[in-house]
Design a protein around this ligand. Structure first.
Ligand code: PMP
Length: 431
């Protein structure tokens, strides 16, 4: 595989953009090598500037539920673009998108649209603090909620990959109101809550963790956290930026039957354009300005391109009855194939999957939290990653990310992926 043009671009990029990228994990720091610079995506496929083609398991980190350049989404954006890119004033499509989100996500009665997942989680926490009159929040080790200061404490994703969970620039004051809990350890959460009972505004979590690899909740864990929040008047925030519309039509809250007070969304609701959202119980959302006193705003919030892209995607989600059955069927076949590969090669690696997100952990142990995730053999993962890339399979360039698939992934892609994986695993373990 040649990456000549990507290499030249990356060298130039490194002179004018920190690390050559606009978001850290893209730089391949944890796996080494040069990231392919992409020019085109179609369905399940990507093409780079050197003409290499890949089957995509990143999907722009989640948004591409229907694959790249889905004709319905592209058409909606093209039509909207001819009528102005932004007004900064109310439009009908914002109302339609908000209605659809409220209809699809069980706990959302009112919703505010923003431009990213980071904005959504940051705003949801401000709202929870205002509503409860308390300051502290509980977050979980290895969970990632965007890059607001008070979340960059033992965060997942790039922060975990780069081994810098506590970023310089985050002041002690910003960090002091963030309490850290262990995912899937209800006893630990209970202890923390009891120790700080009347100071905790919110518990925020990824109901299925995706930013330390895909780590599902243990049975009873989400229900237990819900019960604690009820007992102590704490706002429960599900960060469904990744899981929303991916692990089920109504997100993880529908899949596991647990209702949060607030939900944050992103990725799929923008179909690839910058959109985030936070929403939930009416009584809490009414605190948001201008209806209530909690300030939050955005010049480009609700801009027509992003709204039309998001609406086109959610419309398809609402109107395709067998959508999640199809994703589940692909996921189950992929899972079966991965397990067969591991067995054939005599490898004990831990594989997790929830709906259309999954991770192959390079450890034989069960991964249930940050501690167990961190025991993975990241060097072996890096060898596997590069072997897959050379086989034309584009995976997230880090052990601590979930991979995603779309409705554009079918039989052909499945077979190619599994046979490539057999060879890549053999190469990764050839010593
Ligand atoms: N929350 C979760 C669960 C995420 O996965 C992400 C991004 N990967 C974010 C929040 C932040 O979203 P954004 O990158 O759009 O700011």
């Amino acid at each position: 595989m040649r990456l000549t043009r990507s290499q030249a671009l990356f060298e130039t990029a490194c002179k004018v953009i920190p690390g050559g990228v606009n978001s850290p994990v893209r730089a391949f720091r944890s796996v080494g090598g040069t990231p392919p610079f992409l020019v085109r995506g179609e369905g399940a496929y990507l093409e780079d500037v050197d003409g290499n083609r890949y089957i995509d398991y990143v999907g722009s980190w989640g948004p591409m539920l229907f694959g790249h350049a889905d004709p319905d989404v592209v058409q909606a954006v093209q039509e909207a673009a001819t009528r102005s890119l932004s007004f900064g004033a109310p439009t009908e499509i914002e109302v339609r998108l908000a209605e659809l989100i409220c209809a699809l996500v069980p706990s959302i009665e009112m919703v505010r649209l923003v431009n990213s997942g980071t904005e959504a989680t940051m705003s949801a926490v401000r709202l929870a603090r205002a509503y409860t009159g308390r300051s502290k929040i509980i977050k979980f080790e290895g969970h990632y909620h965007g890059h607001a200061d008070f979340f960059l404490i033992a965060a997942g994703s790039g922060a975990l990959t780069l081994g810098q969970p506590n970023s310089p620039g985050v002041t002690p004051a910003a960090a002091q109101d963030t309490l850290l809990a262990r995912f899937n350890d209800l006893a630990h959460v209970t202890q923390l809550v009891e120790a700080y009972a009347d100071e905790i505004a919110a518990i925020i979590l990824e109901p299925v963790a995706g930013n330390m690899g895909c780590v599902p909740p243990e049975p009873g864990f989400l229900e237990g956290v819900r019960a604690l929040c009820d007992r102590y008047g704490i706002v429960l925030i599900f960060d469904e930026v990744m899981t929303g519309f991916r692990v089920a039509r109504g997100g993880a809250q529908e899949r596991y039957g647990v209702r949060p007070d607030l939900t944050t969304l992103g990725k799929i609701i923008g179909g690839g354009l910058p959109v985030g959202a936070y929403g939930g119980r009416r009584e809490i959302m009414e605190w948001v300005a201008p209806q209530g006193p909690v300030y939050q705003a955005g010049t480009l919030s609700g801009n027509p391109l992003a709204m039309h892209a998001g609406y086109a995607v959610l419309r398809k989600i609402a109107d395709t009855p067998d959508l999640y059955d199809r994703l589940e069927a692909f996921g189950a076949a992929l899972e079966e194939g991965v397990r067969a590969n591991l067995k054939a090669l005599g490898l004990e690696l831990y594989f997790t999957r929830v709906g259309a997100m999954a991770t192959l952990f390079f450890t034989g142990e069960r991964v249930v939290d940050y501690e167990t995730a961190r025991r993975c053999d990241t060097q072996r993962f890096a060898r596997y990653f590069h072997a897959m890339l050379e086989e034309g399979i584009y995976l997230p360039p880090s052990q601590f990310e979930a991979f995603f698939f779309s409705t554009a992934h079918g039989e052909r892609e499945l077979e190619r992926t599994l046979s490539a994986q057999r060879r890549a695993l053999m190469r990764a373990f050839s010593d």
